[in-house]
Write a new protein. Structure first.
Length: 195
């Protein structure tokens, strides 16, 4: 039973160790910050990740990354305020701004180069344009009539999203049940009932 447990642990842990760097996930980023980032008029050649809020004004992120990081060139744990600047080195059709948990998003007075994924968000979009897809729950322009609504250009996301297979619960239970059955069979004593 101990050898079966050891084999199972080896099978589950070795793939994770093969991809680990000395700094873990943080090693893939030029700037990896657990809290907030507040920067103006600067450049980060590599990727940026923050666990808190990010305030960028005239900042370029991942301007020299080729190809884009598998985990994303810009990761933000909480709120993002991005006034002027850019993200990524590749053409617009390979950039995805992923606001999958946002419930509100304002896109105003800006050119968005890339696609925006905000399936749960009410999006307020005015005085600017987007060169990519916009996926949202609701979409509205400026209700005051001062600004024009946001313009969507005829460009679409063609990048590749990272694929990480998630084991199905049935697979885990099947493997566990098989190991349990092997353990029980090993402990049973067989009796010859033939006469």
């Amino acid at each position: 039973m101990k050898s079966l447990t050891g084999i199972l642990v080896f099978i589950l842990v070795v793939p994770f160790l093969a991809t680990a760097s000395p700094l873990g996930l943080a090693g893939a980023y030029n700037e990896f910050v657990f809290g907030d980032i507040d920067l103006r008029s600067t450049d980060s050649f590599g990727g940026v990740a923050a666990g808190g809020n990010v305030y960028f004004e005239n900042v370029s992120v991942a301007s020299k990354v080729a190809p884009p990081l598998a985990t994303g060139d810009l990761l933000v744990g909480n709120d993002l305020f991005f006034d002027a600047g850019s993200v990524g080195f590749f053409p617009d059709e390979r950039i995805l701004y992923n606001f999958y948990e946002a419930d509100f998003l304002e896109i105003a007075s800006i050119e968005v180069h890339g696609s925006v994924l905000a399936p749960r968000a009410d999006v307020l979009f005015y005085n600017g344009h987007i060169e990519g897809n916009l996926i949202a729950r609701l979409l509205a322009g400026d209700s005051t009539g001062v600004y024009t609504g946001g313009e969507a250009r005829d460009e679409y996301f063609e990048g590749e999203l990272p694929y990480e297979p998630v084991p199905e619960p049935g697979t885990i239970f099947l493997a566990g049940g098989g190991l349990l059955l092997l353990a029980l069979v090993g402990r049973c004593r067989w009796v010859d009932l033939s006469v």
